[in-house]
Design a protein around this ligand. Sequence first.
Ligand code: ADP
Length: 529
Amino acid sequence: MLRPYCIILTVKSRGERSSPERTGTILIVDDDRVGRQLLGTLLGAEGYDLALAGSGAEALDCVAGLTPDLILLDVVMPDMDGFQVCQRLRADARLAEVPVIMVTALHDRDSRIQGIEVGADDFISKPYDRVELLTRVRAITRLNRNRRLLLDRLQAERDRTSAILEALGEAVVVTDVDGVIEYVNPAALDQTGFDRADLIGQNFRHWHTDRRLQAYYDRVDEGDKTLAWHGELISPRRDGSFYDAVLTLAPLRDSQARGRAVGFVGVQRDITPLKQAERMKDRFISNISHELRTPLSIITLLSGNLDTLYDRLEDEKRRGMIRDIRKQAQLLDDLIGDVLEIARIDSGHVPSVNRRLNLAACLREELTKQAPLAAGKALAISITGPDELPVRGDADQLRRVIRNLLNNAIKYNRQGGQVACECRAAADAADLGADWPGSDELGAGAWAAVKIADSGVGIGAKDLPRIFERFYRVKNRGNIPGTGLGLAISRELVRLHAGHIAVRSRRGQGSTFAFYLPLSGDDQNHHDH
Ligand code: ADP
């Protein structure tokens, strides 16, 4: 709010207002009322807004609520003279840049020197020449306006850059030319666990101990400050641990320093997830090679034996060897199929068909297909549940899940054992109850549930948490063929359908596998099996 004695006048003649040269607020400080008004009339006619103050104290009161574009300051005033006012203005950060024209007596050299010392920008001698006064006022207000525009633009640019840096996911570190850290963005703190105070003032060159980077710093020190560096390295965290990172370090050039480097900017990305995925892929590939070689070497061995020992072997023995060769060939085929399926899932190329289908029908059909296999082991197979269990998804993929679970239930069963299948629609997880493994981990909503329980060899507590891993197979299971990929694929496919798969088992006491998919509402009556 403006004080009552800080008079603001707007004396604009028509047409003047539109001129950008002549806008702005001028504060006139003069203890002489007539002098004040004369100046006011003169400048008001030029289109400026005016604020009038009759003393130094009034002037200071006035600027408390207003930042003028120019101050015309009389030097000789009682109580507080123009020099003191000017000094006070310059001490205030907000007002330090406001141009001040001092109005002094003619040829008063000492006053002018003193004026410059306290920060005045220009002088006008009293009695003033109107034309000279207006010219000076125009020139200085124009200069000031341009300066302000530039400063505003710079500030806006700075705010933008800083917002970008603050929002960036990559760590950004700015150092001086010797590597002393001047700025770090929030991502740098997140990545390293350090506080800002830990880092500012430290030397970034001590951050990494990488030899290549040290060699780079040596070259920088030898004078080559135009170089940039890019590479992967191990980066430390505050807690003493390390992470994989990729760093780009580039000189910051300053046009005012003739393009010389005035510092360095480092941008560092945490590539731990990328590295982990790479390691997993490497392990996967080495596992595949191993798994493919096993049946292949058995085939080679058996066929070699068959060839060399053919005449010495009885028919039954030969047939047995041929059966074994075919079994291994089948395994090889399964393995290749499973690996391709996993590769497809990993590459994200699994078609996500979102058709409404009847899961109960899929279960029954897969059961019928595997009946001969079960009969070979004299297994008793049962199925309970509704005829309709609507879900949305891809029938082939969901059949594959059912096939894997059923196949395991038969494969790892004992002679004359049982396989009990059940499917159900559940209004929510609580509706299913403790008989359904993993149902307590389900989220809200209605679920289509499928359970396959067998009376087979079961799975020990040590193996149980790992059986969904790729290639994980429980040891000492005789020679039951398998790829170790069936459950891993099943889990991925169920996950792709926003579902959940779980197991409960004890060694020697059979296993119960269950999977759950979001139950489809009655929005459509079209079924696609
Ligand atoms: P595999 O091709 O070896 O059957 P899976 O991924 O289907 O691969 O299963 C991984 C391992 O989990 C199997 O090797 C087996 O040891 C164990 N397993 C899976 N299902 C059962 C089950 N119903 N009963 C006992 N063990 C099972």
